[in-house]
Structures are given as C-alpha cells and as structure tokens.
Design a protein around this ligand. Structure first.
Ligand code: NAD
Ligand code: USQ
Length: 399
C-alpha cells in the first residue's frame, strides 16, 4: 500500500512515516516546513534536537535500506498537490498538515485568519485534488476531540441518533469547539463529509485526543530519527509540558481549577491507529469518524500524577494554579465512546507511572535545552478581539 503523509515532518507525521515504512508500506512525506519556521521566527525549539528532514530520511535509508520519498510543498498550492498525487499515486493520504495549536490561533486576528486559511483551504484544496487525480484514494484526516467540546452527555463516535417530535435521524454529533484552531477542524469535517457525499470520496476523520510521549520503536533506533517534542506555551501540550516542567523544577502550570478533562493517547498508539485506518479503508462515498483516544484525565489528575512520580524520582515539584488564559469549562462532565479502533485491533498503551517517569527522564537528559522563558502562558483567549493593540498580546517572554 502506498501512503502519502501530509505534514510528515511534524511531531506525529514523522514517527508515522517511519512506522509505516518499517511495516512495508511505500511511504512519501509532504511538508512545507512551516512548523520549523515558526520556531526559527520566535526563538522556540523542540526539547529533543531534531535533524533536518533530509538527514532523517537519509539515516532511515542507511539503517534499514528503506526509502521514504520527500516532497516539499504546501497544501494550499494546488500545483504542488497535483504533482505529488499524480507522481506518487497514493492508496491512502494521511493528512496531518495543519496549524495545530489552539493558543497560536488565539494570538490575534492575523493568527486566527492564518489558522483557518491554512487548515480549511488547504484541506478543501486537497479534496479537489483527490477528486481530480486520485478519486479512489482513502483520506485519513487528523481531526480533534476538541471539535466536540465538553457537552453534558456522552460523546458518541461522530454521529448521534436524535429523536425529535416523533421522527428520528442519525446526525453528526453537535460541535462546540473552544478555539479558532478547533473550529478549523469542524469546518474541515463538514467539508470532507460533503465531498464524500457529492463526489463519492472515501474518508476517515480521526478525532484525536492530546498526544503524549516522543518515543516509538523507530524513533528510538537513532538520535537522527527523533521526533520533535514541544513544551512551550504555544505548541506544548499538557502532559508533555508538565514532565518538562517537573524535570526543570518549574511549578506545574495548571490553568484555573484543573477540572478540564480531555482524552489522551500515547504516540505509540497514534501510529498504530492510523495504520489500522489505512488497512481498513472507508468505502467509496463513506465518511467515517473514529474517536482516537485511549483514556481521559483532568488536568489536575495529570499534574498530581506527574508530581507524585517526580517525587519518587527525588524531584521536588510544586503545582501552581494560574489564572486560566483560556475560556473553557473548568468543571464538567466528560465521557467518550471510543470503541471503533479497538474493534479494528488497537491494543492501548495506557498511561502508567513508568511512562511518566520515562518522559521526565527524557526531559532531564535534555535539561540544558529547556528554556524557562517559554513555559508561562501569554496568549489570552479574551484579548484577541482587541482592534487596537496597546501592547503585544503575544510574547515569548515570561510576564
Ligand atoms: P506539527 O505542527 O508538529 O506538525 C504539522 C506539520 O504539518 C508540520 O511539519 C508543518 O510544517 C506541516 N504543515 C502545516 N501546514 C502545512 C501546509 N499548509 N502545507 C504543508 N505542510 C504543512 O503537529 P502535530 O502535533 O504533528 O499534529 C499533526 C496533526 O494531528 C494536526 O492536524 C493536529 O491538529 C492533529 N492532532 C495533534 C494532536 C497533538 O496532541 N499533537 C492531537 C490531536 C490532533
Ligand atoms: N492546560 C493547562 N496547563 C498547561 C497547558 C494546558 O492547564 O500548561 C490545559 C488547557 O487549559 C486545556 C487542557 O490543558 O484545558 C489541554 O490543553 P493542551 O494545550 O494540552 O491541548 P489543546 O490546546 O486542546 O490542543 C492539543 C493539540 C491539538 C489537539 C488537541 C486535542 O495542540 O493539536 O487538537 O490537543 S483535544 O484537546 O482533544 O482537542
């Protein structure tokens, strides 16, 4: 099977490309390197040093004899998509290539516009390119659990049976996203569903939870194969950030009360989920949704567990409750149906103390690379609508 990984230089795209290549898939990656540009512009950096995409691919070939094709391009560039689809002729297209940070999308008007333009128009462009050049390919699209928000009922896997005034229908589950980034994923989902309906495209929308960890079988083979690991306030996600904070001795940054509950998944399970989606494609015209999480925790639960494990490792870690820079429920019901990937064969790696200890050890190993200026949140959900900015709402300095 030929799999094209869009966003194949990113945190998840790179280990995905390695994982599939290692299992005999014919893999190509497509990326515009925008994520690396963001770091260069703002002085951010991955905790783990990452090799260039060329170095990574060369090292993989030296170690395994396997080739990963590389295309430099932007999903908003129709010619670039036309080129890769006609030349590589993928059976499956795994689409990671989006601006994926909620805080980034809430910096100000320009960043909100960029997030939606990059994500929504890039994906719409891809849908047109698929229709024209590879109408039988299977789109495996990375969505997010945050599309659903935190409703006061169990979250179904994409669709919900509604009974209303004596009639019934199965409809897309209501969406209540919490940032312009999360909204971009909702818009993508609607566009993909529509294109499956009108053109007979086949698609799987993976509503993925927060990913943690940096190590897979393949990335562990060599330092040059490492994937990025973000801990900063814009791209770093909760558990990854807390492990780095613990290793550095920074108080764990809980936003608000910490009752915010989210679905989580280990990066080792992410790569398997996507393999399962590729191996079991949607039918022509079908739009499927899988909830790609393995368990859920509140932010406070996660912080307490990191504090406990760090304590057992001899580290003294405080927990801080910061004024919440986001607008979100801090106490709410949360329950998610997530059986479809398990039915296809997923055997989850759940979060245990050894996993947390391993992440803290990784951060300790790279402690000299941790920049404490990048940890405190400075993007605030409430200030992005200021038309006249009296002071920058985004700065990499700790306030
Ligand atoms: P990432 O930022 O590390 O990787 C995204 C990659 O896509 C980057 O290499 C970037 O350069 C590239 N890219 C962005 N826009 C592009 C464009 N227009 N054209 C070509 N390339 C482009 O992000 P990630 O953490 O690997 O996330 C990958 C996907 O998974 C995203 O769609 C994200 O929304 C989704 N997701 C991530 C998480 C998580 O916890 N990391 C959780 C749920 C869903
Ligand atoms: N949070 C803290 N302290 C921190 C960082 C985050 O309390 O230092 C809280 C946030 O307020 C939020 C929760 O932790 O309530 C999750 O935040 P996050 O930054 O870990 O994750 P989020 O912004 O939701 O985004 C991440 C990825 C995104 C993906 C999403 C999956 O960046 O690409 O779509 O997780 S989900 O959350 O299921 O929508």
């Amino acid at each position: 099977m030929k799999v094209l990984v869009l966003g194949g230089d990113g945190y998840l795209g790179w280990p995905q490309a390695l994982y599939l290549s290692n299992r005999g898939f014919d893999v190509a990656v497509f990326d515009n390197l925008a994520r690396r540009q963001f770091d260069l512009k703002h002085g951010f950096d991955s905790l783990l040093p990452i090799a260039t995409l060329h170095q990574r691919i060369d090292r993989w070939r030296e170690l395994t004899g396997k080739t990963i094709e590389h295309y430099h391009g932007d999903t908003r560039d129709y010619n670039a998509l036309a080129h890769v689809l006609t030349e590589f002729q993928p059976d499956a297209i795994v689409h990671f290539a989006e601006q994926r940070s909620a805080p980034y999308s809430m910096i100000d008007r320009e960043h909100a516009l960029f997030s939606q333009e990059n994500n929504v128009l890039g994906t719409l462009n891809l849908l047109y390119a698929m229709k024209e050049f590879t109408p039988d390919a299977h789109l495996v699209k990375l969505g997010t659990m945050g599309e659903y928000g935190t409703p006061n009922i169990e979250i179904e896997e994409g669709f919900i049976e509604i009974h209303h005034k004596g009639r019934s229908d199965k409809l897309p589950f209501p969406k209540q996203p919490g940032s312009f980034y999360h909204l971009s994923k909702v818009h993508d989902s609607n566009n993909i569903l529509f294109c499956c309906k009108i053109w007979g495209l086949r698609a799987t929308d993976l509503n993925q939870g927060i990913v943690y960890g940096a190590e897979t079988l393949e990335t562990d083979m060599d330092d040059l194969l490492a994937t990025r690991f973000d801990y900063d306030q814009v791209y770093g996600t909760a558990l990854n950030r807390f492990c780095v904070q613990a290793a550095y001795g920074f108080p764990l940054t809980i936003y608000g009360s910490g009752g915010q509950t989210r679905g989580y998944i280990n990066v080792r399970d992410t790569v398997r989920c996507i393999e399962l989606a590729c191996l079991n494609p949607a039918k022509p015209g079908e739009f499927r949704v899988f909830n790609q999480i393995t368990e859920w925790f509140s932010v406070a639960d996660i912080a307490n567990r990191v504090q406990k494990v760090a304590g057992e490792m001899g580290l003294t870690v405080d927990v801080d409750h910061l004024s919440n820079p986001r607008v979100e429920s801090e106490e709410h019901f949360y329950s998610v149906k997530h059986t479809k990937l398990v039915e296809l064969g997923l055997e989850p790696h759940l979060l245990d103390d050894d996993v947390i200890a391993g992440m803290i050890e990784l951060a300790q190993h790279h402690r000299e690379r941790i920049d404490p200026r990048l940890i405190k949140p400075t993007v605030n959900w409430r200030t992005h609508l200021n038309i006249v900015k009296e002071e920058p709402v985004f700065t990499t300095q700790v306030q």
